[in-house]
Design a protein around this ligand. Structure first.
Ligand code: SF4
Length: 209
């Protein structure tokens, strides 16, 4: 089993494979992206992609969303996990930022908005092309990173910190790359023989597969 991995080198094939690949949420601009990221928490990207067109027809930007009532918004997002809470969050966000141009693209002001944690902020900043201030750790990364051996434990914040320590900032898109790997190859039942990371992967090399 490989022990002393140079992750800055080892992560390069993964970064190359998924470089510039868009997030599966089918958004048209940063406003739509932010709304869809909030809605997709604990729900599926596919579900949110399905309901998004009608939602954005009714609320095409932050300004219109800021005038929504929770009941009116619920009509478009019913069926989403925790819809009532998310409706309040979205109206709270819209009231706070007021316009699409008011959406902040930095970690601190984004996470100060209701319903947006570090992971969501990292996703929004990545897709908007802002400089990374962290590494995306979603449910896929929570599974993939410990398998790879680049991080350990089950706490998203600690996993993010461990990866930020071993990877330089220019490689912080590794989180989204691991998320794509987790969606395609490193599924709960991993397809290790097809995986481009199996040479360095702790799970694969520990003969657990
Ligand atoms: S080798 Fe297997 S366990 Fe390791 S990252 Fe790839 S799919 Fe996941």
């Amino acid at each position: 089993m490989p022990t002393d991995i140079n992750w800055e080198e080892a992560i390069k094939p993964l970064l190359k494979k998924y470089k510039g690949k868009r997030h599966p949420l089918d958004y048209a601009n940063v406003y739509q992206l932010l709304v869809m990221v909030v809605l997709s928490a604990q729900d599926s990207d596919r579900h949110i992609n399905q309901l998004a067109p009608k939602l954005f027809e009714a609320y095409p930007d932050m300004a219109t969303l800021s005038h929504a009532t929770p009941d009116a918004l619920m009509f478009y997002i019913q069926g989403v996990r925790n819809a009532a809470t998310k409706a309040k969050w979205l109206i709270g966000i819209a009231t706070s930022v007021k316009t699409d141009g008011g959406i902040p693209l930095k970690q601190d002001p984004l996470t100060a908005l209701p319903g947006i944690g570090r992971k969501s902020a990292n996703v929004i900043m990545r897709e908007a092309g802002a400089a990374a201030e962290g590494i995306i750790v979603d449910l896929h990364v929570l599974r993939v990173a410990p398998r790879l051996g680049i991080a350990s434990g089950t706490d998203a914040k600690k996993i993010e910190q461990q990866m930020m320590r071993v990877l330089p900032q220019k490689q912080w898109d590794a989180g989204m790359a691991m998320s794509f790997l987790g969606r395609e190859i490193c599924r709960p039942q991993p397809k290790c023989d097809l995986c481009l990371m199996n040479v360095v992967c702790a799970y694969y090399n520990s003969n657990k597969h």
